[in-house]
Design a protein around this ligand. Sequence first.
Ligand SMILES: Cc1cc2nc3c(=O)[nH]c(=O)nc-3n(C[C@H](O)[C@H](O)[C@H](O)COP(=O)(O)OP(=O)(O)OC[C@H]3O[C@@H](n4cnc5c(N)ncnc54)[C@H](O)[C@@H]3O)c2cc1C
Length: 412
Amino acid sequence: MNAPTENAELVRQHLIDPEICIRCNTCEEMCPVDAITHDSRNYVIKFDVCNWCNACIGPCPTGAIDNSRNVGKNKVYSLEEQYSWDSLPAQEALSGTLTATTAALPETVVSITATAQAGQGGPALAPWSAAHPYVNLYTPANPVTATVTGNYRLTADNASSDIHHIVLDFGSVPFPVLEGQSLGIIPPGADANGKPHLLRMYSIASPREGERAGHNNIALTVKRVVEDHEGKPAKGIASNYVCDLKKGDRVQVTGPYGSTYLMPNHPGSSLMMICTGTGSAPMRAMTERRRRRMEQKEGGELVLFFGARSPEELPYFGPLTKLSKDFIDVNFAFSRVADQPKKYVQDLIRDQADKVFKMLKDDNCYIYICGLKGMETGVLEAFRDICRQHGEDWDKLQPQLLSKARFHVETY
Ligand SMILES: Cc1cc2nc3c(=O)[nH]c(=O)nc-3n(C[C@H](O)[C@H](O)[C@H](O)COP(=O)(O)OP(=O)(O)OC[C@H]3O[C@@H](n4cnc5c(N)ncnc54)[C@H](O)[C@@H]3O)c2cc1C
């Protein structure tokens, strides 16, 4: 079937490799949504039912189920095609926009995610050593209720931005997450047309084992939106709801979401993290993961470029300044400090041109950008300049980074 697809909307299709599959039926038994079926020849996956929750991945004894292909949205492999295979078809060379990893994700999440990742320049893959994420376990029609166990203001009282650290507890209900994933919050109430509010996505700021290790809880970093992108007064529905939550309040949560913006797990892997404001949430999760495992001495460098208007406006400023330089190289940029020249994250990146170039060229280094939309323009220009200084062409390097799953952007 699939003729080469150009400039099309792409989707990621979950597939089983018939060459490796031992037809043990484990995946079909494990699948919570009955997306897997079989005939006398092959086990196959229904594209329109699979929600990539990945419940089948771990139990599969051979890894046959751990396969996917990016395909044109209108050219997904049918069940009949999958039944006929002796081996998986090769990944076609495609150009286009990957809009979803699954047909079953809510449209809101698909379109929000596509916009959030537009700055990365194409479909991304997860780092090869990333753990397998669970996604879309809870949908807008079937959300999970979490209880607020903490809500602390992170920015100084005199700062103009009001950013909160929120802790949500899921009790005995599973909500497995990996660093870099996000979740959805459904604000209560309805819009002016009487329609229930749509979910808003928030990055998870805690590591996989919980905000408090061993607890079934997660943290978020949420900024109260009080003006729109043009600076006009506007009271953000979800962010104000979340920032005003009290201990004991119950919140409707969907997700988890995200199957590519994940951290590598292999020893020696380095992270270059570039963020502004609440873009620090996934960076905190990844840094905490590494900090809690410091004794394992897994090596690999951690470098953080973090921008805000002033130290007072910087979430996690205090804890970040206490981390040792051997563990993480933290670089702050402040754009509005009296009597100091304005500094942005791209200036910090340029200041460290040699180190940044070395990391861009290091196959063990993974790059993460997160924050307000528009920040990536300056960062990419800095990368371009640094590459030029070192005789490299960023426009050629960036697709290589993408194809090696080393370049990840999430801006909103
Ligand atoms: C993948 C992903 C992860 C995200 N992670 C986080 C996170 O960790 N922390 C966080 O605080 N936000 C995060 N966001 C943004 C979040 O989903 C909401 O968009 C944001 O909180 C505003 O929602 P609201 O309901 O308060 O505003 P709305 O009621 O939706 O909008 C009110 C007005 O504010 C404008 N507006 C919307 N978002 C912003 C914004 N971020 N800044 C300024 N003006 C805005 C709108 O254009 C509108 O005019 C993330 C978004 C995505 C896509």
